[in-house]
Write a protein that binds this ligand. Structure first.
Ligand SMILES: Nc1ncnc2c1ncn2[C@@H]1O[C@H](COP(=O)(O)OP(=O)(O)OP(=O)(O)O)[C@@H](O)[C@H]1O
Ligand SMILES: [Mg+2]
Length: 354
């Protein structure tokens, strides 16, 4: 069995699509990566002697893969439109029988769809705020909702379609926002009870065989999970108070108008344990693999409610939430990237059991 692989890092790159074509929302492609992130991932993989290349996740991908013949793919591609874009590259790699990192097709498709994800969590007894999906915009709001409500596109990331106007206080504001989102983002709008409490994000790494395949087996508990220190986002003084929006997500940590980031969050041990338990259950119930980041917010009673899960969490060094969390406990970027690789390689049978 080879121990040095040819690895293709597969991603969608931001500036390839500038200017934004007509008919697309103003924040289109916000979730795409920068070439600096690709270079950082490649450098991390090369630390262990692997050979790497970058392949763009567009229509040329099947041909580029056939030419490069990778042993493995490190996938961070957001995909190119449709109703499950984050599952497109995994689906292609399954057809070509090339192993790849992190979650597979179904979990990536489900996690992009926030309504579907919440239905699954609710069915599994996990806490989610009341929600209703609007497909045409003409549906009647369920009578049990209480304003204010929060409205967002059902299938976007990186705060796309989310700004201060996401919080609505009246039926009129609600109708306007729903129609705006459906028209602009060409997908259903998700309406939820507004969660007014503290906001956290919980990154996890691992799975049942993590201790076997990781280079850092001591990171993982007996079930195979590692929870990073919890990150709290304080948006109360940011440009769009109480909302971690697209603009805030595009800013570096530090400028006065960006949210406050606290990691590890100053919370009591009971809440900390509960947030970590919820993030692991959120990950398991959608069959996510190896890595994810779950957003959780407290409701007006102080109870944690799951907002959404990211099965392809951003991994831009010193910038993405997951990297800030890893930094907070002294985990080096290369070690994070390499563990994402080796957990996947173990699952796909590329590593001999030690
Ligand atoms: N029901 C809600 N109540 C209060 N705030 C919410 C609610 N849903 C979302 N938010 C706010 O909007 C932000 C973005 O929402 P969400 O995490 O669903 O979107 P996203 O764009 O997929 O995020 P990510 O960048 O993590 O992929 C949250 O971090 C939170 O600040
Ligand atoms: Mg989020």
């Amino acid at each position: 069995m080879k121990s040095h692989w040819k690895i293709a890092v597969i991603a969608n790159i931001k500036n390839k699509y500038e200017p934004i074509p007509e008919g697309l929302p103003p924040d289109a492609f916000s979730d795409y990566d920068s070439i600096e992130t690709i270079d950082a991932i490649r450098a991390a993989l090369e630390v262990d002697g692997h050979t790497t290349t970058f392949i763009h996740a567009d229509r040329t991908l099947p041909y580029a893969l056939q030419e490069y013949q990778p042993d493995f793919c490190f996938n961070i591609a957001e995909g190119l439109g449709g109703d499950a874009r984050e599952a497109q590259v995994p689906a292609l790699l399954e057809i070509l029988e090339i192993p790849y990192t992190a979650s597979r097709v179904l979990a990536n498709a489900i996690s992009l769809d926030k309504t579907l994800t919440k239905r699954i969590w609710r069915d599994n007894g996990l806490p989610v705020s009341q929600f209703q999906e609007f497909t045409t915009g003409n549906e009647e709001l369920e009578a049990t909702f209480e304003f204010p409500l929060f409205v967002k596109p059902s299938r976007e990331g990186t705060g796309m379609g989310i700004d201060a106007k996401a919080i609505v206080y009246s039926q009129k504001e609600l109708n306007e926002r729903i129609h705006y989102l459906i028209k602009t983002y060409k997908q259903p709008a998700l309406v939820e009870t507004f969660l007014s409490g503290r906001e956290f994000t919980v990154g996890i790494l691992g799975g049942s065989e993590a201790k076997v395949y990781s280079k850092n087996p001591t990171w993982y508990d007996e079930k195979g999970y590692h929870c990073f220190p919890i990150l709290e986002l304080d948006t109360s003084h940011s440009n769009s108070p109480w909302v971690y929006d697209n603009e805030a997500k595009s800013k570096d940590v530090g400028p006065p108008e960006s949210p406050g980031y606290f990691c590890p969050a100053q919370i009591d041990s009971v809440l900390e344990a509960e947030l970590k338990r919820l993030a692991i259950r959120a990950h398991e119930t959608i069959n996510a693999l190896d890595v994810s980041r779950t957003d959780i917010r407290l409701d007006k009673h102080g109870e944690p409610q799951l907002i959404e899960i990211n099965t392809l969490p951003g991994i831009s060094p010193n910038y993405s939430d997951l990297c800030l969390q890893a930094n907070a406990e002294g985990i080096a970027y290369a070690d994070l990237v390499l563990d994402i690789l080796y957990l996947a390689a173990g699952r796909w049978g590329l590593i001999k059991e030690k």
